[in-house]
Design a protein around this ligand. Structure first.
Ligand code: PHE
Length: 379
């Protein structure tokens, strides 16, 4: 280190000229004022108060001054540095206050929001619709009855008066469950005598075998047919079956029950109509239609008011029905001389489609909550 130089004139030291010190000070003040956030201020702080900042370097020059010049130069630089560090502290406090205010707004937490963000699913509309239909009958005194989905061919067909070569029994319509012969080899297809039920009607036979009339049951359930999945078919679908067996039941009771059901589900002015049809297990049999719940029949012969829901037919086909065939009663041990009964069955998918304008059945089976959620938590 060089010794103090007595002939050293402070005015000659460029960095210690009062205008220079003022400039350094003012530049620092300007930089702090210009710093828009705490990061920028940190940079300005290093640049203007750090070890290599102009004022720090100027301060270092003081040590080399002659003693008589040191005091004045020290005061000059010291004051400037004092002003600068005060301005820095003020700006720091300002920017911190701004940041705190912003964070309070931006990161505010609404403590009244529900804490459970796990999205709730919804019950499937097929389930809720099935329960809704079953409830209509439960409120009339019917009981809910169920049967197995893997069903004996006898219950699915024979007990219901399907002749042995009825086309519905063929493998292109019915899923046969592979079985094992007494010798232990696998049975091929239709030899097994076990099927996935193709309708809920076998529950009729099971109920009649299990219970003594009077019998009033509603049977919701899943059924299977060998259809490809497309917009209007699905190999797994749902039906609701109704069976009433009692003394003196007639077709008028069937009609009245159907009318009550559609009124309960679709409105008080609803009604049904029956068209002759054939089912092996009912005689006479009918196809049942309900009045179109959208146009209420008003689109018929009225080209100004076409109805997409019923194709301007005025009626929507719902399912099959009829008086229980005495052969079924006999097969299930019920005296047809004493008892008569009626039955009907229909598909829930179809009802969901026209009741809620679902256009593609695949939406019902894909399990996407975006389909089920809009139906809400109907219970
Ligand atoms: N089981 C019939 C079907 O699946 C419907 C039906 C039920 C018809 C009861 C008459 C009586 O198509």
């Amino acid at each position: 280190m060089s010794a103090p130089n007595k002939s050293y004139d402070p005015v000659e030291v460029e960095a210690l000229k009062p205008e220079e010190i003022e400039r350094m000070r003012d530049e620092a003040l300007a930089a702090f004022a210009a710093a828009g956030d705490l990061d920028a201020l940190a940079h300005a702080k290093t640049a203007h108060t750090g070890g290599t900042s102009p004022l720090a370097l100027a301060n270092r020059e003081i040590g080399a001054l002659p003693p008589q010049a040191k005091a004045a130069a020290g005061k000059l630089v010291g004051q400037a540095r004092g002003v600068v560090s005060k301005a820095l502290a003020t700006r720091q406090a300002e920017l911190e206050a701004e940041r705190d205010a912003r964070v309070l707004v931006e990161e505010a937490v609404d403590v009244t929001l529900p804490y459970d963000r796990v999205p709730a699913g919804a019950r499937h509309p097929l389930t809720t619709l099935m329960e809704r239909v079953a409830d209509v009958f439960v409120s009339m005194g019917y009981e809910v009855a169920e049967g197995p989905e893997v069903e004996a061919e006898w219950f699915n067909f024979d007990a219901l008066n399907f002749v042995p070569d009825h086309p519905a029994r063929q493998m292109q319509d019915t899923f046969f469950v592979q079985g094992t012969t007494p010798e232990g080899t696998a049975t091929t297809g239709d030899e097994s005598g076990v099927v996935l039920r193709t309708h809920t009607s076998p529950v009729q036979a099971r109920t009649l075998i299990d219970r003594e009339p009077p019998v009033y049951v509603v049977c919701p359930g899943r059924v299977y047919r060998t259809d490809e999945l497309d917009a209007t078919h699905t190999p797994v679908f749902h039906q609701i079956e109704l069976l009433a067996v009692d003394e003196g039941l007639t077709m008028a009771d069937l009609k009245g029950t159907l009318d009550h059901m559609v009124q309960a589900l679709f409105g008080a002015d609803m009604k049904t109509r029956l068209r002759p049809n054939f089912f092996p297990f009912t005689e006479p049999s009918a196809e049942m239609d309900m009045l179109c719940y959208v146009c209420r029949g008003e689109s018929v012969g009225n080209p100004d008011r076409p109805c997409r829901t019923c194709g301007s037919e005025g009626w929507i086909e719902l399912g099959g029905c009829g008086m229980v065939n005495p052969k079924v009663l006999i097969a299930c041990g019920v005296d047809p001389e004493k008892y008569s009964g009626f039955a009907f069955g229909f598909g829930i998918e179809r009802m969901l489609m026209f009741r809620h304008n679902v256009e593609d059945m695949r939406d019902m089976v894909e399990g996407d909550v975006r389909f089920t959620r809009p139906f809400g938590m109907e219970i």
